[in-house]
Design a protein around this ligand. Structure first.
Ligand code: ACM
Length: 523
């Protein structure tokens, strides 16, 4: 590790130190902030050529005693303590002592956007300033990346902990940067979801869309319709035990996500993709007969009976119960691939369901097909496949969440050797996941029409957290950069070098990642 080597070189070898620093600038040294490998790339980095050092006396100081700032300071301390072995006491003070890290809401007025932050590093002080707690949280992710990758290890490491001096000013292009986990095709428990939250938040992702129901399984307890989980949640793709979140567990996920400034967006897919519900309650079927549980992967055969009033009582109960547990403003109503629903039934259904969502004080998100209906104010359409649907949404004044399946579907295989994943939207190597711009991808759709970006992970072929990690990494960091960093700063040749320097970081975080041959992974 270059940083450790530097630390043992004594003063009278100053000349060779200077040479070493110059030589290693390209790979990022503690004294060249502009050479650091930050993902997503920040808006502005100005280096001042020195370094700040963490040691056993470094405190994390906060400018006011608010609980939220204190929790953020504790969160930062928890990231830094294991590998350094230092105490990182958290203190409230207006005047931070020399050598400390200072988190403050002061002096950040000029930073645009809630999630923006500045990190100012001098030899004496590291100051992280933001308008909001979310901005402080995003800035902490940058600070983690300014330290050697060993900072992510859970046991004490030898060596010095230096951060190059200078100033970073940073804020996102899009206010919504998301990933989706399908817990319906295969179920993943609370600990797995928390791991996804931690890993995604390290790359400044700020929303997690949970696909909670599909033909193969219903994964969230609804107290007024208990068979949904007791029966509808009992299996999964390929058969065998399914699983579901109790409401307490779902709330635990929401709380955990809130602590990482990630919004949980629950999805109940309807009127198609509903076999698990149709198998659980006969009355939701037009013929009054419950369907059989389904463990295959074909799509488009199921539909709620859109002409029956009981269907809307069901939807109202489900939206009400889940909305009451959800702190974020969005409820995802699905709406994709409803091939078994007649268009004349689909349209009024989607319109009425949006009204139900509004009546529970949430706004709707839905796959791009929902633009067939009238979109209510505030509804966001998620572009995944049809440019025509997306443009119809825009023509109604709706914003688009951009998840083009050929670029952003991270359940696609990387190449022909990938053991898991699908290929229907093509192979998605890391360069393909990176090389697109939401604001120019679809003719007629421009920056102003775009709400954000999302990388969905469908799980027909994915059965455990190691496989989730393999599909997410490194494509999620690539899409996170598309969502956060200005297009003028995004460049594949630069990104692949920065990404190559994250390999060791992924390993230190215990991430099972895809070691793409396109990336120069650093030793
Ligand atoms: C989808 O991939 N069916 C939204």
């Amino acid at each position: 590790m270059i940083r450790r080597k530097l630390s043992v070189i004594s003063g009278f070898l100053a000349l060779s130190v200077i040479t070493l620093i110059q030589v290693s600038c390209k790979s990022g040294t503690p004294s060249d902030l502009s050479g650091e490998h930050i993902i997503p790339v920040p808006v502005s980095v100005v280096a001042t050529g020195d370094y700040f050092r963490l040691d056993e006396k470094t405190a994390i100081c906060i400018s006011d005693g608010s609980d939220e700032l204190r929790q953020l300071a504790e969160y930062l301390a928890e990231r830094l303590r294991p590998a350094t072995g230092f105490a990182f006491a958290v203190k409230t003070t207006k005047v931070p002592p020399k050598g400390s890290i200072y988190l403050t809401f002061a002096g950040a007025d000029s930073i645009p956007l809630e999630e923006g932050y500045t990190v100012t590093i001098t030899k004496k002080l590291l100051t992280l300033a933001a308008k909001s707690p979310a901005g402080i949280f995003r800035g902490i992710q940058t600070i983690r990346q300014l330290l050697p990758s060993g900072i992510e290890l859970s046991s004490v490491q030898q060596g010095e902990w230096k951060i190059a001096t200078g100033t970073i000013v940073d804020y996102p292009v899009y206010g919504y940067r998301s990933t989706m986990l399908d817990v319906a095709r295969h179920f993943f428990g609370v600990e797995d979801v928390k791991r996804v939250i931690d890993l995604a938040s390290a790359y400044k992702i700020n929303a997690l869309h949970l696909h909670l129901s599909d033909d193969q399984g219903w994964r969230i307890e609804i107290k007024s319709w208990p068979n949904l989980t007791l029966y509808g949640g009992s299996t999964k793709v390929g058969g065998g035990d399914g699983g579901y979140f109790t409401q307490e567990q779902y709330s635990e996920i929401v709380r955990y996500a809130d602590s990482r400034y990630i919004t949980i967006v629950p999805e109940i897919d309807m009127p198609g993709h509903t076999n698990a519900a149709l198998a659980s309650y006969a009355e939701l079927n037009c013929n009054g007969r419950a369907t059989k549980l389904y463990t295959g992967t074909v799509v488009g055969f199921s539909t709620l009976c859109t002409g029956k009033e009981i269907t809307y009582r069901f939807v109202d109960d489900v939206v009400r119960e889940i909305s009451a547990l959800t702190t974020g403003p969005y409820f995802h109503i699905g709406g994709d691939e409803s091939h078994a629903t007649k268009k004349e039934d689909y349209i009024p259904f989607v319109e009425r369901v949006q009204d139900i969502v509004l009546s529970h004080n949430k706004k709707s998100l839905g796959w791009d097909e929902i633009s067939l209906g009238l979109l209510r104010p505030g509804t966001v359409a998620q572009y995944w496949s049809s440019a025509e649907n997306a443009k119809r949404a825009v023509s109604q004044g709706a914003k688009l969440l951009m998840s083009p399946s050929s670029k952003a579907y991270i359940d696609m295989k990387y190449d022909s050797t990938t053991a898991i994943g699908y290929t229907w939207a093509g192979y998605i190597e890391i360069d393909k996941a990176y090389n697109w711009d939401p604001a120019t991808l679809v003719p007629g759709i421009v920056r102003d029409n775009i709400f954000g970006v999302e990388a969905p992970l469908w799980t027909e072929t994915i059965t455990n957290i190691r496989e989730i990690e393999f599909m997410i990494f490194p494509r999620l960091p690539a899409i996170a950069e598309i969502g956060w960093s200005p297009a003028r700063l995004r460049n594949w040749d630069d990104f692949k070098v920065r990404l190559g320097n994250h390999g060791k970081r992924f390993e230190a975080m215990g991430i099972n990642y895809y070691k793409s041959a396109l990336v120069p992974w650093a030793d």
